[in-house]
Write a protein that binds this ligand. Structure first.
Ligand code: PAF
Length: 283
């Protein structure tokens, strides 16, 4: 394997600085590991936009609530490194927790507006944890471009906002959600689904797709999103945290009908997994 794994910020900075001196463009793909084809598509996109790609694996404790799955979150760094190597990534940055949050760490990056509501309402502190670690990873590596998946649509808007607000000199690129053949969005947390729930899971995307096309055709937002919640519950999901149509960028509510580019977003528990997904509402 030619992919090298580094664990210290100083080594990351050194390596990226060397590439920059050689005039190479650097791409960053932050992940929490347990990689699947969706992550590898982010690497592929980063490779298409830069000469050198740094992938990061860090299961960020600050974005998990006290009752969430931090301890159970799948960790398989050796397998992930082999996948990244095969995908063409050039460097893996996989720091220990105390490299990212040393003794005395006291800073939190909070993004108002886009972080509020949707997953922000159900997972207090989650987006502050994401914003803090992503800000650190961007400042540690100073890439030209950083690639994030559109499956975490709200996260992507939070990151776009913080990069703009803090003048971080990086281009943020979103990459489309990769799906299983039956439509289920790829996610490391799909591993939590037992066989029965796995068979039910594709209903989430099917229902969202149906409602998105109804809303694009002018249907009433409240009626159709209430229908989606009821259908998800009928399919065995629950609790359904939300099904909401929002402005695609600001995530502001869209009102009674969709009249500008929008996104339909949902989160719902299914057995041991909490699934999120979203689709565009194309007018
Ligand atoms: O999307 C993820 O995997 C994480 O939220 C991220 C962006 C790597 C930050 O920990």
């Amino acid at each position: 394997m030619s992919l090298e794994t580094i664990r210290r910020v100083r080594d990351l900075r050194e390596r990226v600085a060397l590439w920059r001196r050689e005039g190479l463009r650097v791409g960053l793909v932050p992940t929490m590991g347990a990689l699947h084809a969706g992550h590898l598509s982010l690497v592929e996109k980063a490779l298409s936009l830069s000469d050198r790609v740094v992938a990061t694996i860090f299961v960020n404790p600050r974005q998990f609530g006290p009752a969430e799955d931090l301890a159970a979150y799948p960790r398989r760094e050796a397998d992930d490194a082999a996948l990244l190597d095969a995908a063409g990534a050039h460097l893996l940055f996989a720091p220990p927790v105390d490299e990212v949050y040393p003794e005395g760490f006291a800073t939190t990056v909070t993004v108002t507006g886009v972080s509020e509501g949707l997953c922000g309402a159900v997972r207090p502190g989650h987006f502050a944890g994401v914003a803090t670690v992503v800000t650190k990873l961007l400042l540690q590596s100073l890439p030209d471009v950083a690639v994030f998946g559109e499956k975490d649509w709200q996260q992507l808007q939070v990151i776009r906002r913080l990069v703009r607000d803090l003048d971080i000199p990086v281009t943020v690129e979103g990459a489309p959600t990769l799906r299983e053949p039956d439509g289920l969005a790829m996610s490391s947390r799909n591993a939590y689904l037992g066989p029965e729930d796995r068979a039910r899971a594709p209903r989430l995307y099917a229902i969202l797709s149906q409602v998105a096309s109804d809303l694009a055709a002018g249907a009433d937002v409240a009626t159709r999103t209430a229908w989606a919640v009821a259908e998800l519950e009928k399919a065995g999901f629950g609790p359904v945290d939300y099904v909401e149509a929002r402005d695609a960028e600001t995530l502001a509510p869209v009102g009674e009908r969709v009249t500008r580019p929008a996104r339909l977003l949902a989160a719902a528990r299914l057995g041991r997994a909490r699934l999120i997904d979203n689709v565009g509402i194309a007018l």
